[in-house]
Design a protein. Structure first.
Length: 474
């Protein structure tokens, strides 16, 4: 161990040097002051011993402690009986321990130096740990400041602990405005209402609803506007307290591109449906009329081919009806007075005929969205949920409800089937993912839960804060 002895009493310095060298210390001695501080800059001392009391010794001790890493040194002071009344000043200068009577007792001095060594090692070890922690915290702060993703940490009560610069830019809040408040201030409904349930459920049971699972949610800025965001949450225990870290990415542009791709897809689907209806359908209708005329004339002439021509007429008519049926499937929503309602009524009739089930539709109003393709997304969700209820849930009854007011629109599809398995979130199929994808594009929240009718309930909630719609009479 490297030890510095500083003072002006040669007898005391000599006794301490011999005792320390017996304990295999590398000893350096000098008077307190600038020279001693320079030696500290060159050599890595762990233990400093003040060989005697003096004003210079007290000043030197204060200078050591005032340095950047001054707390890392262990300082012992030798105090003669004539200076016992100065102990309070030494302690005030932040001396760790003192030696009074044991200087001239070799055995007792050895015990005191052993204690000094132990304290020095402990202090040095603690200093290294704290230095590594400071470096780690500095790196973490640097990452938090410079990362392009918003990073927020909260405690197990939902209180915000940290809020990085990217989060400030994304949510338009300053850190001081958010730290100490509940993270729900950054959420619109229904996420605000669900948030405490998620945390309490995880704290109580360890059941992961959002922890460790990335998901798309909606954020709320300071000015009240909302935006789609991707949220990944992790949990860690720090000093017995659970801390949650959320990494957030604004996916507004991604959603815009996805909506554009689906808009083009729906436009192409609409064009094909229109061509089937106005092109192929009209041609088949014309052929059917011509065949009917020929069949009538052949019958009048009692021609032997009259029945075969009649069969052709029937087949062409069936092909015409099939083409028009395909057209209606490709263009499910006519944006007229009862566009969505009419499409849902057709969906019920088609499902009842195709699957042999009972379908019920209930509504209190009709809606018109600013982006008309969103109506198709709602229809497709109902279509997929109905199909899943029969194919995977073995349902015999499906109930569709459309309820809306000035605050929200809710589309609920329930069935009396077997419902979803307990681990459906980990094993969700393509149909569920597509429904969730369509709900996100509309700006809606899609929830899957057990229905009081025995099967599954798919609930799509579209808030007025996230979409522009108007209500019309059904």
């Amino acid at each position: 161990m490297n030890t510095l002895i500083t003072g002006s009493n040669p007898d005391s310095i000599s006794i301490l040097t011999r005792a320390l060298e017996r304990r295999y210390h590398r000893v350096t001695s000098c008077e307190p002051g600038a020279g001693a501080l320079e030696k500290m800059d060159r050599d890595n001392f762990s233990l400093i011993i003040l060989s005697d009391f003096s004003e210079e010794a007290i000043s030197f001790c204060r200078q050591v402690r005032a340095r950047e890493f001054g707390k890392r040194y262990t300082i012992f002071a030798v105090v003669g009986k004539e200076h016992i009344d100065q102990l309070s000043r030494l302690l005030d200068a932040d001396v760790d321990q003192y030696i009074v009577e044991s200087l001239y007792d070799e055995q007792r001095l050895d015990v005191r130096l052993s204690f000094a060594e132990k304290m020095a090692r402990n202090k040095e070890g603690q200093f290294l740990i704290e230095q590594k922690l400071r470096e780690s915290e500095a790196r973490a702060r640097s990452i938090l400041r410079t990362t392009v993703d918003a990073i927020i940490t909260i405690d197990d009560k939902g209180t915000v602990r940290t809020f990085n610069r990217a989060a400030e830019e994304l949510f338009q809040y300053k850190t001081s405005e958010v730290v100490g408040k509940n993270v729900k201030v950054l959420m619109p409904q229904p996420y605000r209402r669900e948030h405490d349930d998620y945390i309490s459920n995880y704290n109580r049971s360890g059941n992961r609803k959002i922890i460790g699972i990335g998901r798309d949610v909606t954020g709320k800025r300071k000015d009240g506007t909302t935006f789609p965001m991707y949220l990944a949450v992790s949990a860690v225990n720090v000093n017995g307290q659970r801390i949650y870290t959320g990494i957030i990415r604004d996916i507004t542009e991604q959603r815009r591109l996805e909506q554009e791709v689906l808009r083009i897809s729906e436009h192409e689907r609409h064009r094909i449906g229109q061509d089937l209806h106005d092109g192929l359908g009209q041609m088949l209708t014309g052929i059917s009329l011509i065949n009917r005329s020929i069949s009538k004339r052949l019958k009048d002439e009692e021609h032997p081919l009259a029945d075969e021509v009649e069969d052709i007429t029937i087949k062409v008519k069936e092909a015409d009806e099939y083409a028009r049926s395909l057209s209606r499937g490709l263009i499910p929503v006519e944006f007229e007075d009862n566009g969505l309602i009419a499409a849902l009524e057709r969906l019920n009739k088609h499902a009842a005929a195709l699957f042999g089930i009972e379908c019920n539709l209930e509504y209190n109003t009709n809606i018109q969205l600013e982006d008309t393709t969103s109506l198709i997304h709602l229809y497709r969700i109902a279509q997929e949920a109905t199909s899943n209820a029969v194919k995977h849930g073995n349902a015999s009854k499906v109930f569709i409800r459309l309820h809306a007011d000035d605050h929200r629109v809710q589309l609920i599809i329930e069935d009396n089937g077997t419902g979803f398995s307990d681990n459906w979130e980990e094993q969700k199929g393509l149909g569920v993912r597509i429904m969730q994808f369509r709900a996100r594009l509309v700006g809606a929240n899609l929830e899957i839960r057990e229905s009081d009718k025995g099967g599954a309930a798919i609930i799509v909630t579209l808030l007025s804060v996230g979409a522009t719609y108007k209500l019309t009479e059904a």
